[in-house]
Design a protein around this ligand. Structure first.
Ligand SMILES: Nc1ncnc2c1ncn2[C@@H]1O[C@H](COP(=O)(O)OP(=O)(O)O)[C@@H](O)[C@H]1O
Ligand SMILES: N[C@@H](CCC(=O)OP(=O)(O)O)C(=O)O
Length: 377
């Protein structure tokens, strides 16, 4: 089987690292630290260099199975798999915690959490806060409740969703093979390594074949995940997490594996989405707030005059000035009722008025697109 030539990894500050079951499952059952150690070392080196890494780790079901005497037979039903995931998740977090002095934070998500705008914002705020606090977030699918996800879902696609959730620069997928080959390398000895994939065409997807045996994903879901990340403006690197030299090189910015290019840049894809998203309400702002928005600031409640419409936290709203000119689209931090209550208030009074506070802004600048200025973004 031919190996993968080296290439530079695109520069990054924040990454999502997906670690598959194939790297964590021990031969005799349960979890093994063997390959996790090198990957944890990569995370540590990256953190020391001032970078941030969110780990998306599989392995809960494999770990849970090993805890039960009859575990091998236990995975026959969905309920049994849910139970195995719940049992194994604690082991999985304990495994990762062994490598870090910094606290490991368990974050369990479902695809559904990421489809719902309000829960999406909540998940994002929590993850970003964990990074800010210096914790090591370890995300897995909430298999205990996500029945459909357990049947159909996979952590490759979850990792792509998390990468766009936290605005990662790169998605790193560690697996048990060097990268993507032109065909399944175990069945096609003449398969060639694909080091750089500019666009994920149906042909590329076909090369990835069907799902694998141990994990739920196989190569196909990795290519699907790379495709999702690419659409969000994020490049994906696929590499062998069993190979110590490959993992060590990655920390030095050298990739031995497959690189899937991003389509467009990250900011513009987010902004495109925001610009064209349907709005659920309107915030009318005063001249001071308008000037601040044009300078790239967040929208604070003090500059808001009126709230119209019925929107929930995380919905897209239109920002206009008092003359009715459309200025921006943004994600509302507060629902319509709460927005109306804090309109005109100083940010420091939000908690007094509402009894809680998500953010000092009604729209955070990262969630805001100016309709005029950013028209070409
Ligand atoms: N075209 C291909 N290139 C590389 N690997 C492939 C390809 N098609 C199928 N595979 C299989 O996909 C496997 C990786 O998927 P999987 O076992 O689900 O890993 P993980 O647990 O890391 O998600 C490889 O070991 C290989 O057997
Ligand atoms: N959430 C499941 C893993 C699902 C999954 O996608 O596994 P894999 O294809 O190995 O990344 C678990 O923790 O067992």
């Amino acid at each position: 089987m031919s190996t993968f030539a080296s290439q530079p990894l695109p520069a990054w500050k924040r990454a999502v690292l997906k670690v598959g079951s194939s790297l964590l499952a021990a031969d005799g059952g349960g979890l093994s630290p063997r390959f996790a150690l090198g990957l944890a070392q990569f995370v540590l080196t990256s953190r020391q260099a001032g970078r941030e890494v969110v780990i998306v780790s599989s392995g809960a079901v494999a770990a849970g199975r090993a805890l039960l005497a009859n575990g091998k037979d236990a995975a026959a039903t969905i309920a049994a798999k849910q139970a195995l995931a719940a049992l194994g998740q604690a082991q999985l977090i304990a495994l990762w915690q062994r490598f870090f002095e910094a606290p490991v934070a368990q974050v369990l998500l479902t695809h559904d959490d990421l489809r719902n705008r309000r829960r999406y914002l909540n998940a994002r705020s929590a993850l970003l806060e964990l990074l800010r606090l210096g914790a090591v977030p370890v995300v897995n699918e909430n298999d205990t409740v996500a029945v459909d996800e357990l049947k159909l879902g996979d952590n490759d696609n979850l990792a792509a969703a998390v990468a766009s959730l936290v605005d990662a620069d790169v998605l790193l997928i560690a697996t048990d093979i060097g990268g993507l080959y032109s065909a399944h390398p175990q069945h096609h000895p003449d398969a060639v390594p694909l080091t750089y994939i500019r666009t994920i065409t149906p042909d590329v997807l076909a090369m990835a074949g069907a799902a694998g045996a141990l994990g739920t994903g196989g190569m196909r879901t990795k290519v699907e995940a790379a495709d999702k990340a690419a659409m969000a403006g994020i490049a994906t690197a696929l590499f062998c997490g069993r190979d110590a030299a490959t993992v060590a090189a990655l920390a030095q910015g050298v990739l031995h594996g497959s690189l899937f290019a991003a389509q467009g840049n990250r900011l513009s894809s987010r902004k495109q989405w925001l610009r064209h998203a349907p709005v659920s309400g309107t915030l009318t702002v005063d001249a001071g707030a308008q000037a601040a928005l044009l300078r790239g600031a967040s929208l604070l409640p003090g500059g808001v005059r009126r709230v119209a419409g019925d929107f929930r936290r995380g919905d897209v709203v239109l920002v206009c000035n008092e003359a009715g000119d459309a200025l921006a689209h943004g994600l509302a931090q507060y629902n319509a009722q709460d927005s109306a209550r804090i309109t005109g208030q100083h940010s420091r009074d939000i908690e007094r008025v509402l009894g809680f506070r998500y953010d000092e802004a009604m729209i955070h600048r990262d969630d805001l697109v100016l309709l005029q200025q950013d028209a070409t973004a």
